[in-house]
Design a protein around this ligand. Sequence first.
Ligand code: PMV
Length: 331
Amino acid sequence: MTKATARAGSNIAFIKYWGTRRDRPELALPLNPSISMTLREARTTTTVAFDPDAAEDYCTLNGSAATTEELKRIQRVLGAVRRMAGIRASARVVSSNNFPTSAGIASSASGFAALALAAARAASLPCEPQDLAGLAILGSGSACRSLYGGYVLWEPPLPSREDPSVRQLASESDWPLVDLVAIVSREEKPVKSSLGHILAWTSPFLEARLASLRTAVPKVEKAVLERDFEALGEAMEADALSMHAVMMTSRPALLYWEPATVGVMKRVRVLREAGGLACYFTIDAGPNVHVITLPGLAPVVAQEIQNLEGVQEVLVCTTGEGAGLTEDHLF
Ligand code: PMV
């Protein structure tokens, strides 16, 4: 039996990935480039063992057996690893997050980055991030960004290609930032992002968003390289609103926000405009708000957000490293 364990941090996108090519929806071929920051404190650890004596794949997530739907997604990655390695053995997978699931942090991003690395290692396949990106996106597109630390750019492949193009723009030590995650709800999201990426096509605003990203993406890339927080923040906030405009104008319409979501967004703007505190918001496919700020300002901004009505908790995440192997096996 060959066994390997990997760790990976989740990530928060400054330029969001929303919308996949319709010809191959299962492949997570993105319509637009996205740029994210890998998170240190929101981590998944996963152990994978291929066992020729096991009758079938078995997977435990945070102490419970994976549901049929979860197992199917995991098996997309395991199946690809088996094909590449020429093995037939079933796998045992045990995975656990050090952060609460459904807390507004993408556990699929850290989960599938850790799974891709652990499974590839257990099957003795090459384990550099560029070798793993194609495996990670079989579970979740944004997972390919969690293979790298710091700030990461994921671009759509050329029309004739399917392999993902992902690279690090700057490392975690180049520019430490803080993501304060304001939890306003822990409910499961009503529509999963995998469906949302297809529904995006029904929005009349999709085309306008994709056109605006032609200038927004280079702006964010430059802001990261030059550590220009104001330029990053302005573009990041605008992009989150643009993605949610697409969501809200899809058919059926996706409205992920709660009243407290808007409360946090407005407070962030007041803190910035009247209070002179450098902080900006972004929001994924859910109601929780990620407030991005500088390390020195994090305690005071976190306190302000925590005091708002409807905010249950504020999680503090810093810029983290990419996926890596460990000898601390889970079984
Ligand atoms: O990787 P997925 O399919 O869960 O999609 C992620 C979508 C967003 O979180 C909303 C945006 C992003 O780029 O992370």
